[in-house]
Design a protein around this ligand. Structure first.
Ligand code: GDP
Length: 434
């Protein structure tokens, strides 16, 4: 889990407080001391931690709490609220709209993960029905062109760049014009990075920005720099209209918490975090779900979002999942929507697929989607009922019995996985307002 150690320490401090027979001043102080230590070690700025401590103490006035109030819940809620406050920028970011062309420019220092993040961002939106395109306007770093081109090819995203042209402004303008003509609705421009915040980098950024007139400039920064993120974010904000920030390398870096809180302190909307080198290691950043997960309180929205990387999902399906039902119909509809997305003969559900062993291929034949309409059986989520129907389903759909069994096995794995996930999450006591 991202920031696992920090979250674990805070959660343990709250748990220890909950285990105390009486929650008095000294128990509260010990809990806050441990949280403070954990945050400072994650490189969160001292002033922020100190404010947080004061605020919690103001909210949780143990003497004044009326008899009968659940002190533990009040303290836990106060800690949750303060952590949310610490990470909340209070400003929404520009959101690209499907079907309407948006130009998004990426800026950042070299090595921050900017080029990797451009493709992750494009891939994220592509999975959700956008038509993204990538433009490499980084003519400074040798290898940037090949890196972005290869990443784009891997993700099947159109790419524009030039080996010979050295003017990043010209490449950016040509690339944006080309993809506007091709009706791409999310044109992503990767710009050059430098080793430090030098004047040449800022000047180039300004020129590319002026020439392409982006709807959004995203500043990418490396989370391992901790609270130094504050000065870096401020410097970029002063040179180009940064509309959002993405913090990368949140996997395994103790200072990640410091970076996130520092970005929030600059009031720049934090929209995603990078959690690894791979394309899918990329998470939408939403404060409350993030803090819930940090504290091990479980959060369904983030989980569903991650499942969407494998199975694109509409709102109705999402709602059914939230109600705890992973039905055959959900699986059927998601496979159908995969088929609509392109000439897929095979739908692979493997990256986060529940169950062990080799990733199986669930074959969905585009030309022969099966005879007849999906029946009411698709809404029956009891796997026991399915086994007795295998022969009939095979006959009715014109499939081999083995294919039906494979499909039902796949379904059972997903249904079991979902049921156990729901159980795990429902164990968590619900707190008012979270
Ligand atoms: P750029 O110079 O800013 O364009 O940086 P790159 O995209 O080339 O990334 C620099 C290095 O950081 C590469 O080795 C990436 O694989 C790695 N990287 C990028 N994002 C992440 C992340 O979220 N986690 C980890 N662990 N590595 C990352």
């Amino acid at each position: 889990m991202v920031l696992g150690e920090l979250g674990g320490r805070i959660a343990r401090a709250i748990q220890q407080m909950s285990n105390a027979t009486i929650v008095d001043e000294s128990v509260l102080n010990e809990c806050l001391r441990e949280i403070t230590r954990a945050l400072l070690q994650a490189d969160v700025r001292f002033e922020l931690v100190s404010d947080m401590q004061t605020n919690i103490k103001n909210v949780v006035n143990l003497d004044r709490l009326a008899a009968g109030h659940n002190k533990r819940n009040i303290i836990q809620q106060a800690i949750f609220n303060e952590l949310c406050k610490m990470l909340d920028t209070g400003k929404p970011s520009f959101m690209p709209k499907k079907g309407k062309t948006s130009v998004v420019m990426f800026v950042g220092l070299q090595g921050s993960g900017k080029t990797t993040t451009c493709t992750k961002y494009a891939h994220y939106y592509q999975k959700r029905g956008w038509k993204p395109a990538l433009v490499c306007a980084d003519t400074f770093r040798a290898g940037a062109f090949d890196q972005l081109k290869q990443n784009a090819a891997k993700a099947k995203i159109p790419f524009y760049g030039s080996y010979v042209e050295s003017d990043p402004v010209q490449i950016a303008v040509e690339g944006v014009a080309r993809f506007k003509e091709e009706n791409c609705d999310l044109i992503i421009v990767d710009t050059s990075g430098r080793h430090k915040q030098e004047a040449a980098l800022f000047e180039e950024m300004r020129q590319v920005s002026e020439a392409t007139n982006p709807d959004l400039a995203i500043f990418v920064m490396d989370g391992s720099i901790g609270q130094a993120a504050y000065d870096q974010a401020q410097a970029f904000k002063q040179s180009v209209a940064v509309g959002a920030v993405i913090v990368t390398k949140m996997d395994g870096h103790a200072k990640g918490g410091g970076a996130l809180s520092a970005v929030a302190a600059t009031k720049s909307p934090l929209i995603f975090i990078g959690t690894g080198e791979h394309m899918h290691e990329f998470e939408v950043f939403n404060v409350k779900p993030f803090v819930k997960r940090l504290l091990g309180m479980g959060d369904l929205s983030g989980f569903i979002d991650r499942i969407q990387d494998d199975i694109p999902m509409d709102q109705q399906a999402e709602q059914k999942l939230l109600e705890g039902n992973f039905t055959l119909r959900i699986m059927y509809e998601q496979y159908q929507s995969k088929l609509k997305m392109g000439p897929l003969g095979q739908c692979r559900v493997d990256a986060k697929r529940p169950g062990k062993g080799k990733p199986s291929k669930c074959r969905v034949d585009a030309k022969r989607p099966g005879k007849g309409k999906p029946s009411k059986e698709l809404d029956d989520n009891d796997p026991k009922h399915m086994d007795s129907r295998v022969m009939r389903i095979a006959r009715g759909s014109g499939r081999q019995v083995a294919e039906v069994i494979e499909m039902l096995d796949e379904y059972k794995r997903w249904a079991n996985f979902w049921r156990s996930k729901m159980k795990e999450l429902l164990k968590i006591p619900k707190k008012g307002g979270m």
